[in-house]
Design a binder for this molecule. Structure first.
Ligand SMILES: *Cc1c(COP(=O)(O)O)cnc(C)c1O
Length: 377
């Protein structure tokens, strides 16, 4: 009996997830707790297994998601956790926020009113402040003005305000200008909190750290570190180093379905974009863009076979890819590595992203539902 179809699959290493969590903990101050960002199916790693493991084996209490569906799912996996919705919940679902004991990010007074109108008990919330991301949140020129709006939200009986937070736009850059920008964002929200404290208002949470900030602008003033990408072992930005102990959690594998010899002049794959210039050995691999492997890797990417890099020849198809295996011994049934380590070499999602002109985030989130996630130690 087969536990899963050995065609294309993702191996999720839970021990690495734990190692990454331990590393993040060691970087953070004692005053900062990790809020595990598990939106988008835990960045493609599978939210059920990841949330249960984080909660039961890693002591994680705080989770962040993008929407109500994700929040309700996480509530099912981790009954005692604190769950923050970072994104938009349509106000007509406000009663479900209350029902599932979720914390909603509140981005404006108008939005707060709409939520409150649709719930009959107070909605737990963190107030989002836009300090420079330009996406969501209260927007003010000065911390003093911002405090006024926060206070008026706190006076709303329909809300239970437990914190304030903001999101950094360029914490993944070490350019002087960008460092100053991040510091200004940090100072703005910290000033808001300081003024509130002076007025006798002590919020439980003020948070602004993301993965990049954990690595490059760690601050004890952030009560939570909303860690996403480094928890999964990738770089916030490939041009900057991350701690050595942070390792990719996901590997993607497939198998060889067919090996053949082609002659000079033979074409490979759709569009005839690849023509053999000499006799070659070509293998077909059981994965394609419908599995989330980018079509932009056509004739550019490499796949590991027995620890050796093999070039993709021609276009990536929906379900299959052809590679040049002229330099190695291989046969149908052999396992290949699209993302992960094999022998002495490895290909990361960050490497694939760089080849495609995008970020590792998009690659791991894009590994499709068709690819079963297999959890290993
Ligand atoms: C996605 C997200 C994060 C996590 O970002 P990483 O770079 O993956 O750590 C943190 N905060 C907010 C508001 C987000 O939307």
């Amino acid at each position: 009996m087969k536990p899963y179809l050995k065609r294309a699959w993702a191996e999720i290493s839970l021990s690495r997830l734990k190692q990454n969590i331990e590393t993040i903990k060691s970087l953070n101050s004692d005053s900062t707790e990790i809020m595990a960002v598990v939106k988008a199916d835990a960045y493609g790693h599978g939210d059920e297994e990841v949330c249960k493991y984080l909660s039961e084996e890693c002591g994680i209490k705080y989770f962040a998601v993008s929407n109500l569906d994700e929040a309700i799912a996480v509530r099912g996996f981790c009954p005692d956790s604190e769950i923050l919705i970072l994104g938009y919940t349509p106000p007509e679902y406000a009663h479900e926020i209350v029902q599932y004991n979720i914390i909603q990010g509140v981005v404006s007074s108008e939005y707060a009113e709409n939520l409150v109108r649709n719930a009959d008990s107070p909605i737990r919330c963190h107030i989002k402040i836009d300090t420079g991301m330009g996406r969501l949140g209260l927007k003010h020129d000065t911390p003093e003005e911002c405090v006024e709006e926060v206070e008026s939200l706190m006076n709303n009986k329909g809300l239970s305000v437990e914190g304030i937070y903001t999101h950094f736009a360029v914490a993944d850059s070490q350019e002087t200008d960008n460092i100053l920008y991040t510091n200004r964002q940090r100072d703005f929200i910290c000033n808001v909190n300081d003024i509130l404290i002076k007025k006798g208002i002590n919020l439980r949470h003020t948070h602004f750290m993301n993965s990049a900030s954990v690595c490059y602008s760690n601050s004890p003033k952030s009560t939570l570190a909303r860690a996403g990408i480094i928890m999964y072992g990738l770089h916030p930005d490939v041009s900057l180093e991350i701690p050595e102990n942070i390792k990719p959690v996901m590997a993607v594998k497939a198998v060889i379905s067919h090996v053949k010899t082609v002659k000079k002049g033979d074409c490979i794959s759709y569009g005839r974009t690849f023509t053999a210039e000499h006799e070659m050995k070509i293998a077909t691999v059981t994965v394609g863009y419908a599995d989330g492997y980018p079509r932009l890797m056509s004739s550019r990417g490499e796949i590991l076979v027995h620890g050796v890099r093999c070039k993709i020849t021609g276009r990536v198809c929906m379900d299959q890819i052809m590679i040049d295996v002229s330099h190695i011994e291989t046969k149908a049934g052999d396992i290949v590595t699209l993302i992960g380590e094999d022998g002495d070499d490895s290909i990361t999602a960050d490497e694939i992203a760089t080849t495609c002109g995008t970020i590792g985030y998009e690659i791991i989130c894009g590994i499709s539902k068709r690819v079963p996630r297999i959890y290993i130690k």
